[in-house]
Design a protein around this ligand. Structure first.
Ligand code: UT7
Length: 331
């Protein structure tokens, strides 16, 4: 019956390409230094996809790990959602490429574009498909190969971004299962769209880069403005999640924020009195991996034995758009 079901996270997986770009490497490329990058962002390294790897290749490995963890096969899936802003192509979708690589013919597959908030948006879509009774198993993947869109002469952006993929299998929960997605709260403010852009391949960007070099085929960012807005919108979304469910911050076992900058994460956590040891931070290892950041951070904390079944988890993200969101769940 429609509207009778709840969803749970049945399995998680991730993939980080082995090649690493360190702060010491960047010191040789632009006028920067390890101390500045660590002090201002917390980032020590980022993973970089191999020349012959495309986004769907990263998705495939992360998804296989998630399917294994959930104990189901790709043919059990009802839908595949890939959240990305650096997909293989404009068309066909990265989700369709992934569906083929996983061997899941016929399964509905589509990409979702909400930048760094993509994974929280994607989980919400999966949750809604399951709540209505339409689907039982939805694969949600956050994946980026952003380094191909980074200008390695721009020291403000090139220090930030890395590649990676994280995947979750979201499944219909048994009745009375306490481990469910509780609620999500999503927003966007298109008036702030020019703070963070990647114009390449869109209809507003001519295919000759020479025609409008100021747009360029790269990620462009107004860093300070993004920073201020990030703290504001993630705090608002966390408040919404806690207030809607009458949950005190002390009841949350882990805050898993979008990994953009350690100072942004600390500012958000401080507003809720979250102690440092309840906040997942992996930005030092991965840099900013946009839509992949939350599932990667979650997996790193899970593999370290920190995140466990039954715990209350609060996800929050912001990204280009500007998009923002939070999701409260019992894992
Ligand atoms: O998922 C969303 C993606 N984007 C973000 O999350 C970005 C959010 N913003 C940030 O993380 C920060 O704004 C940055 C890390 C990008 C910059 O940190 P900041 O503390 O806001 O630095 P700033 O822009 O205020 O710049 C301070 C100084 C400037 O020099 P002057 O004008 O004071 O002489 C910059 O030119 O730091 C300089 N600077 C650098 N110095 C060494 C900027 N980038 C670098 C660098 N190395 N890589």
């Amino acid at each position: 019956m429609a509207g009778m079901f709840r969803s749970r996270v049945a399995g998680t997986g991730s993939y980080l390409p082995p090649n690493v770009l360190t702060n010491a490497d960047l010191e040789k490329m632009v006028d920067t230094n390890d101390q500045w990058i660590v002090d201002r962002t917390g980032i020590k390294q980022r993973h970089i996809a191999a020349k012959d790897q495309v986004t769907s290749d990263l998705c495939k490995i992360a998804s296989e790990n998630a399917l294994k963890d959930a104990g189901i096969s790709a043919t059990d899936l009802d839908a595949i959602i890939v959240c990305t802003v650096s997909g293989d192509n404009i068309m066909p979708s990265t989700a369709c490429a992934l569906q083929h690589k996983l061997g899941a013919p016929g399964v509905m597959s589509f990409d979702l574009s909400a930048a760094c908030t993509g994974f929280v948006y994607g989980l919400t879509v999966a949750d809604q498909f399951i709540r209505t009774g339409m689907f039982k198993n939805v694969l949600v993947v956050g994946a980026e190969v952003l380094h191909r869109f980074v200008d390695y002469t721009d020291r403000e952006t090139c220090i930030l971004f890395g590649d990676g993929a994280g995947a979750w299998v979201v499944t219909r929960a048994q009745a009375n299962d306490p481990n469910i997605i509780i609620s999500s709260h999503l927003h966007a403010d298109g008036s702030l769209g020019d703070l963070l852009t990647l114009s390449t391949g869109g209809t507003g960007y001519p295919f000759s880069p020479a025609a409008e070099p100021e747009k360029g085929p790269y990620v462009k960012m107004k860093g300070r403005e993004i920073f201020k807005n990030a703290v504001r919108v993630m705090s608002t979304c966390c408040h919404e999640a806690l207030n809607a469910n009458k949950v005190d911050p002390s009841e949350v076992d882990w805050l898993v924020p979008h990994q953009a900058n350690n100072r942004i994460i600390e500012a958000v956590a401080e507003r809720f009195g979250f102690p440092k040891d309840k906040v997942v931070v992996s930005v030092d290892e991965t840099g900013n991996t946009s839509a992949a950041s939350i599932p990667l951070a979650f997996q790193i904390a899970k593999d370290a034995g920190k995140i466990k079944r039954g715990q209350m988890i609060l996800l929050t993200a912001f990204g280009a758009g500007l998009t923002s969101g939070s999701l409260l769940m019992r894992y």
